[in-house]
Design a protein around this ligand. Structure first.
Ligand SMILES: [Zn+2]
Length: 361
C-alpha cells in the first residue's frame, strides 16, 4: 500500500504530502528498491518546477535548484552561518509520536506536513541551513520499526520537505539543505558502534540516498567515535558531496568514547570536511571545546542542546536554556571563532530567532 505522499519508483514524484493525520494503523513498506546497485554516483537534483509545487498544485519556485548550493564558498565568506534547531524534540513538542526506534522518522509517515512546518518555521526564524529529517532514516533503524524497505524513499521525502521549506525563503536568500548522517546506533552509546564493514556498507547506502535526494552537503553529526565519523565522511566523499562532521562531548573536550576531541579533529581533517564541530552537548561544556576547535585551524560549528538529557526520554526537554540565554551563549561561540552556530535537541524556532536577531539575520 502506498501513501498519497509516497514517491514514485523513479524517486522523482513531487506530489505534496497529504494532509496531516494521526494514523496509528500498521505501517506498511512501500516496496521502494533502496538498493545501491543502481545508485547514481553523481549528485542529482529533482526538477525544480516539479519540486516547487504548493499544496494546491501551483508552482511557486523562484530559484533554480538544479545545482547544489556551494556551502564551501559560503563558509569562506566573512559572515558566519546560522544553522536551524532541533527536529526530533520539536516534533515531540508539537505532538508527534517519537518513540524509539523510529523516533523522528515516524513523522515522515504520520505527519509529513508537520515536518515541513518545522523546517518552514526555522526558515522564517532566520536559519540559513536546514537539516533534513534523515537522522533515523537509515535501513538499520527502519528495519527495527518495520519500515526497512523504505530507507530510500523516506530519506528522499525528508530532503524534499526541507527543500520545499528552503524554497519559501525570500528571493536572493540562500538556504542550504544538509542531510543528517548520525551514528547508526545510539548516539550516546559508543560501545554499540558497529564493526568497520557494517559502518562502511550502511553509511555508503545512507549517503547515496541523501545525494539522490539532492542535499547540498551531508552533516555527519552527534558522532561518539572517530572511527564512525571517518566511515561516514568517506561515504559522503564517495557519494560526491561536501561533508561537515560534528562530535558529541559531554565532559570536557572528549568524545563519549573517551577519545580526545583534539585527536579526533586531527584524524577527520584527513578526510577534508568543509567544517568540523560539536553538537548535542550542554552549552556549559562548549567552553571546554572551543579552544580545541579553534586550534584545529578548521572551520567549525557549534550547536548545543538545551541541557543534560532527561533520563526517561534520552534527550533534553528544553527547560534549562530559554531562547535569549541560549542565544547569548551562541554569540560567545561566534566570538570564539565558530563559523556556524545553531541548536540541537531541545531548541526551537524561538532559539533560532533569538540567535538570528543577534546576528542581524
Ligand atoms: Zn541533539
Amino acid at each position: 500500500m502506498r501513501r498519497d505522499f509516497d514517491l514514485q519508483p523513479d524517486g522523482t514524484d513531487a506530489e505534496p504530502p497529504g494532509p496531516e493525520r494521526n494514523r496509528r494503523d500498521p505501517l506498511v513498506p512501500s516496496g521502494c528498491c533502496g538498493s545501491l546497485r543502481d545508485a547514481d554516483p553523481k549528485p542529482r537534483r529533482f526538477d525544480a518546477a516539479r519540486l516547487s509545487v504548493s499544496g494546491n498544485g501551483t508552482p511557486h519556485g523562484h530559484k533554480s535548484i538544479t545545482m547544489p548550493l556551494d556551502l564551501s564558498r559560503r563558509l569562506a565568506e566573512s559572515e558566519p552561518l546560522l544553522l536551524d534547531g532541533a527536529t526530533g524534540t520539536e516534533l515531540e513538542r508539537r505532538g508527534a509520536q517519537t518513540e524509539l526506534p523510529l523516533w523522528s522518522a515516524r513523522a515522515l509517515v504520520d505527519l509529513p506536513d508537520r515536518v515541513r512546518e518545522i523546517h518552514s518555521d526555522y526558515v522564517e526564524a532566520g536559519a540559513e541551513i536546514l537539516t533534513a529529517n534523515t537522522f533515523r532514516t537509515q535501513r538499520r533503524t527502519l528495519e527495527r520499526g518495520g519500515l526497512g524497505g523504505r530507507a530510500e524513499d523516506l530519506t528522499v521525502l525528508a530532503v524534499q520537505l526541507a527543500r520545499r521549506a528552503a524554497d519559501t525563503a525570500a528571493p536572493g536568500r540562500e538556504v542550504f539543505v544538509v542531510g543528517s548522517a548520525p551514528p547508526l546506533e545510539d548516539c550516546f552509546e559508543p560501545g554499540r558502534v558497529p564493526d568497520d564493514t557494517r559502518l562502511e556498507r550502511e553509511h555508503v547506502e545512507h549517503a547515496a540516498h541523501l545525494v539522490r535526494a539532492g542535499v547540498d552537503a551531508i552533516l555527519v553529526e552527534t558522532m561518539n567515535t572517530t572511527r564512525e565519523a571517518i566511515a561516514a565522511l568517506r561515504a559522503a566523499r564517495r557519494a560526491g558531496v561536501p561533508a561537515l562532521v560534528s562530535f558529541v562531548c559531554w565532559e570536557g573536550a572528549r568524545l563519549l568514547s573517551g577519545e580526545a576531541l583534539e585527536t579526533a579533529l586531527d584524524e577527520v581533517a584527513a578526510e577534508n570536511p568543509v567544517a568540523v564541530g560539536v553538537n548535542c552537548l550542554p552549552p556549559s561544556n562548549v567552553t571546554a571545546c572551543l579552544p580545541v576547535l579553534r586550534a584545529s585551524g578548521l572551520a567549525f560549528s557549534v550547536y548545543a542542546n538545551t541541557g543534560a538529557p532527561d533520563r526517561d526520554v534520552g534527550h533534553p526537554r528544553g527547560e534549562d536554556w530559554p531562547p535569549d540565554e541560549f542565544a547569548d551563549c551562541a554569540m560567545g561561540w561566534l566570538d570564539g571563532g565558530a563559523r556556524i552556530v545553531g541548536g540541537c535537541c531541545g531548541t526551537t524556532p524561538a532559539h533560532v530567532r533569538a540567535m538570528a536577531q543577534r546576528m542581524r539575520r
